[in-house]
Design a protein around this ligand. Structure first.
Ligand code: LLP
Length: 430
């Protein structure tokens, strides 16, 4: 396994940034999400400069669903990021983190009237996903006496090499307006009194380890842009979404770099807009690539059991990291307090949830492991805590942020009292 540069081994312990993971586990308890802020900053700089090297008018909208902690949003806001927001909660958090309304795009295939009213009230642009939504947004903007800038989300009907649950641009996907109907949708938008169509939006899927589908996507969008110019749409942005994957199998997965990504999409984009004689902003919506590798999940071994396999039973399960169970995802596991010990045997890392499928990692060759040891699950910063639950009435764990020599909570652990905090005694039980 090849560790990313912010993860190192010192004195037999895994370090993240300047910090010893075993000390962090002792100090803050386990399970524990630990994020290295410096790594997020490096990732942002790298992705953003790979793109702006080709074209200055690039806007990076961080996909807030990947990790919506306010502290993370603040870090990205301070770097100049906007956000792809998918709910009233994400709009509110992004604004609270200091992002400006114009740097957000409110996405989603099922926004409620109150979501749309919030976008109107805050002055956030909307990626519209259906004609019903367009009508409701026009009504909401009219009621507020204003006009809303929108894009339509296009379904480009592009197959991508990723898990089917996270391929979003397939013809069968619930997202977007089919490419064949998109012009008609823009005609409706042009005719609507309180709607100003200014952009095109697309997102083809997530954890994509090949850049070619992104280039094809941009090609489709340029074709649509050409048709839109013909019907009188004045395009100020083209948003190509997120989706760049990371090498979860460290040293094995061949993942494109941001430079590969930019090298594939930018020439198509630049040639396209030059031919059309327009200069819209290019928007991208990376989530995973910015935050996934910044974070590890520390979990303590409760017991080791030799059954038909050797199970290392740990205190974090799919309540805290749903990806392995949901998408058969692979996350590397490091024995944090024996990080330079030789491999001993294969262990399956099993969570505490009452389901057979609650396995974080299958058959991993690891050093000798005993109860009390600390394991680190890598690349847990995207769709990790963000998808956690209280299943089996387990309070969620804490999240720690590291910045240089600083280490501090960015979310406290929930308590048993938190489990009942929103429960109400029905009147007849009182
Ligand atoms: N833009 C839109 C409209 C999206 O729906 C998404 C992700 C992104 C951007 C960011 O995609 P990224 O750069 O992170 O690939 N829970 C799954 C991933 C779901 C992705 C949902 N949409 C996972 O754990 O793999």
């Amino acid at each position: 396994m090849i560790l990313p540069p912010h993860l190192t081994v010192r004195g037999g312990h895994l370090q993240i940034g300047d910090h010893d993971t075993v000390d962090l586990a002792e100090r803050f308890g386990t399970p524990l999400y630990v994020t290295d802020e410096t790594r997020i900053r490096e990732n942002f700089r790298r992705l953003s400069s790979a793109l702006t090297g080709y074209y200055p008018e690039v806007r990076v909208l961080y996909a807030a669903k990947a990790n919506g902690n306010l502290a993370i949003l603040r870090v990205l806001a301070s770097m100049g990021a906007g956000a792809d927001v998918f709910s009233a909660g994400e709009v509110t958090l992004a604004l609270a983190a200091g992002m400006s309304p114009e740097s957000l795009l409110f996405n989603g295939s099922s926004k409620s009237p109150s979501d749309l009213a919030l976008a109107v009230e805050k002055g956030v642009r909307v990626s519209v996903d259906s004609l019903d939504e367009l009508r409701e947004l026009d009504r909401a903007a009219g009621e507020a006496g204003t006009t809303v800038d929108i894009a339509f989300r296009i379904n480009p009907e592009i197959t991508v090499p990723t898990h089917p649950k996270i391929a979003t641009g397939l013809a069968t996907s619930k997202f977007g307006i089919p490419a064949g109907e998109i012009l008609d949708a823009y005609r409706h938008a042009l005719a609507a009194e309180h709607i100003n169509p200014v952009g095109i939006h697309c997102h083809i899927g997530s954890q994509i380890l090949d850049v070619e589908p992104f280039a094809r996507e941009v090609d489709v969008l340029i074709g649509v842009a050409s048709d839109l110019i013909d019907i009188g749409v004045d395009l100020s942005f083209i948003d190509i979404g997120g989706g760049l994957g990371i090498p979860y199998r460290r040293g094995i997965d061949q993942a494109p770099t941001p430079e590969d990504y930019a090298g594939a999409v930018m020439p198509v984009f630049l040639a396209g807009i030059r031919d059309l004689g327009i200069a819209p902003e290019l928007w991208v919506e990376p989530g995973r690539w910015l935050v996934a590798d910044s974070t590890i999940l520390l979990t303590r071994v409760s017991s080791v059991k030799a059954a038909h396999k050797t199970f290392a039973n740990v205190d974090a399960g799919f309540n805290l990291l749903a990806r392995p169970v949901m998408y058969d995802s692979y996350h590397e596991v490091v024995a944090a307090n024996r990080a330079d010990a030789p491999p001993e045997r294969e262990y399956s890392i099993a969570g505490p949830i009452c389901e057979t499928g609650d396995i974080l990692a299958e058959d991993r060759l690891l050093p000798y492991i005993a109860a009390g040891d600390i394991l680190a699950v890598l690349d847990a910063g995207a769709y990790g805590f963000a998808m956690s639950s209280q299943y089996n009435s387990r309070p969620r764990c804490a999240e720690v942020l590291l910045s240089g020599e600083n280490a501090g909570l960015m979310r406290r652990a929930e308590t048993i009292d938190d489990l009942t905090a929103t429960m109400v005694v029905p009147p007849w039980q009182a």
